[in-house]
Design a protein around this ligand. Structure first.
Ligand SMILES: C[S@@+](CC[C@H](N)C(=O)[O-])C[C@H]1O[C@@H](n2cnc3c(N)ncnc32)[C@H](O)[C@@H]1O
Length: 191
């Protein structure tokens, strides 16, 4: 049986993991809203962060949110490249001013295409692999990383793929993949 390169998983095994977990989360999000006077797009469904905590194995306020957009003050540690998002840390998610191995868990919600990056945010498209590599650097051993995107990126070095969920935010809206990875060095205690 051939492997698909994701840490030796057979493609049928990966699909088996993903398919039963499809979660249809209709509503609870706004595709466009104004937050503190600034238009934002692609907000998280309201319940998403709480739903991720059992997978992340840390407290809500310990999560590093890279590409944090409209997340409010007090929602973990917020990093965004745009000053108008008023993040806690104004930085590029591909080069974080954070020491290696110090963060409990990371959630990434970048623009989903070059077009969105340019037209919605006026920035260069950060490729998922670049963001994942930097997240893998700052997260502590065994720490989890979640990325929300239109696809499930291949695991980067020193991480393993854990699981992916499908997320729908409404009829006629594109699905998003919520993909979870774990940095090497964990105790295997998380689901
Ligand atoms: C899809 S929105 C995030 C929405 C957020 N989840 C929410 O609930 O409001 C994408 C965000 O990524 C930010 N962004 C784009 N490129 C970035 C980069 N290289 N580093 C950090 N943030 C970036 C944009 O400024 C934008 O706020």
């Amino acid at each position: 049986m051939s492997t698909n390169g994701t840490n030796g998983h057979r493609s049928d095994e990966v699909y088996k993991d993903i398919a039963p977990q499809v979660l249809l989360d209709f509503g609870g999000t706004a595709s466009k809203a104004r937050v503190r006077g600034v238009p934002v797009y692609g907000q998280y469904p309201r319940a998403l962060i709480a739903a991720m905590l059992p997978w992340l194995g840390c407290a809500r306020n310990e999560v590093l949110h890279v590409c944090s957009g409209s997340l409010p003050p007090g929602e973990g540690i917020r990093v965004d490249i745009r000053p108008e998002a008023c993040p806690d840390i104004l930085a590029d998610g591909r080069k974080l001013p954070i020491a290696s191995g110090t963060i409990a868990a990371v959630m990434l919600d970048p623009p989903y295409s070059e077009h969105y990056a340019r037209e919605l945010y006026g920035v260069k498209y950060p490729r998922p692999a670049q963001l994942l590599r930097e997240a893998a650097r700052v997260v502590r051993p065994g720490g989890r990383i979640v990325i929300v995107h239109y696809f499930t990126p291949k695991p980067v070095a020193r991480t393993r793929f854990v699981k992916a969920f499908g997320l729908s935010t409404g009829f006629d809206m594109p699905m998003r993949a919520i993909s979870i990875y774990e940095a090497d060095g964990g105790q295997g205690s998380l689901p």
